[in-house]
Design a protein around this ligand. Structure first.
Ligand SMILES: N[C@@H](CCC(=O)N[C@@H](CS)C(=O)NCC(=O)O)C(=O)O
Length: 348
């Protein structure tokens, strides 16, 4: 694929998110030909990407790190899209490829669509299985249960699914995708409409989260993961780069505390790389940031401050337990994390 999401979108047409093309599912019964199996598949992500980050968080919360290995791409694509330049020799050590597009081509030669993350690749054949970002996390929660860790939370409880789906649909339309519609708008009206809807929805979510710790029920669910991955990027990229600047998250007491609470919950913040996030958005979308300059701010030190959301009650993991430490080799480098107290490390 040539070009990138941002640059493709910077034309005369309104921003439209393309449908995921490969929608095979990896299931317990293997009905699409892809049974759940430990060690068989490789998850390919960019830590910059909010859709991929959902999967990174779910995989951690559910303790699937050993069962489903993970490849992290360079946050900055080139004209062949996502690449494994962070790995020795520029190749993913498990798949042996330099570009994610090779797995797409192995699945469908001359595949004409975009190469996107998250993607799951079948290791033995090197073929892409799915890039269906709306489905992958739901399947990790409901189809991969045999491989979940002891104490894994139920992220998509059957009795709450209708409510979770409803919340997620609004969050998707106005927030997850809303920031992109605002950022890649090509006329004033389109931008204003997306921006109005985004902030209207954020106000409604503020009301909802004012007296309850999580979006649905009293535990963390898929709905929180999906809202988190947009909110955690808000001040760093959406506020400036995408012009979603009616207010900053740090100016909204409720949402700022909500997102900090999640950030400080094992499995959330320990997957976030602010350095990858900023470099990807500001350097790749040259249509809306032609100089490619990456801003130095914002100051990240607030992410680790007390949030006091535990006073609202709630049981983050329900009857389960938090995940253990990040597996060796998957730690986010210091450049992508807020400065630890007393280190005097900078703001980026
Ligand atoms: N699969 C979806 C959603 C996933 C997605 O948009 N991922 C982005 C990164 S955040 C991506 O890989 N875009 C392709 C590109 O920028 O080249 C899509 O194609 O729109």
């Amino acid at each position: 694929m040539s070009g990138t999401e941002g640059n493709r979108a910077y034309g005369r047409k309104p921003f439209r998110r393309s449908k995921s093309h490969f929608t095979d599912r990896i299931t317990a019964d293997g009905r699409d030909g892809w049974p759940v199996e430990p060690g068989r598949y490789r998850l390919v992500v960019s830590r910059a990407c909010p859709w991929a980050s959902r999967v990174v968080i779910s995989r951690r919360l559910l303790g699937l790190e050993d069962a489903l290995s993970m490849a992290v791409t360079d946050p900055v694509q080139d004209d062949r899209s996502w690449r494994f330049t962070l790995d020795p020799g520029g190749r993913d050590p498990v798949l042996g490829i330099g570009f994610l597009s090779e797995a797409y081509d192995a699945r469908e030669p001359e595949y004409p669509g975009g190469v996107s993350v998250p993607a799951i690749v079948d290791v033995p054949s090197g073929r892409l299985v799915t890039n269906d970002y709306q489905r992958i996390t739901l399947d990790l929660a409901t189809e991969w249960t045999a491989l979940h860790r002891d104490g894994a939370p139920d992220l998509y409880p059957a009795r709450l699914r209708d409510e979770i789906d409803e919340v997620m649909a609004d969050v998707y339309e106005d927030v997850n995708n809303g920031v992109y519609r605002a950022g890649f708008a090509t006329d004033q009206e389109e931008y204003a409409e997306a921006c109005e809807r985004l902030f209207r929805r954020l106000e409604l979510l503020t009301e909802r989260l004012g007296n309850r710790r999580y979006l649905v029920g009293d535990t963390i669910t898929e709905a929180d993961i999906r809202l988190f991955t947009t909110l955690v990027r808000f001040d760093a990229v959406y506020h400036g780069h995408f012009k979603c600047n009616r207010w900053k998250l740090t100016e909204n007491q409720v949402l700022w505390a909500y997102v900090r609470d999640l950030y400080q919950t094992p499995g959330f913040g320990d997957t976030v790389d602010f350095d990858h996030i900023k470099r990807h958005y500001y350097q790749v979308h040259t249509g809306i940031n032609p100089t490619g300059i990456v801003p130095l701010g914002p100051d990240l030190s607030g992410w680790l401050t007390p949030h006091r959301r535990e006073e609202l009650g709630g049981r983050p993991f329900g009857d389960g337990t938090p995940p253990g430490p990040i597996p060796e080799g998957e730690e986010v480098p210091a450049a992508g994390r807020p400065p630890e107290k007393g280190t005097g490390r900078g703001t980026t």
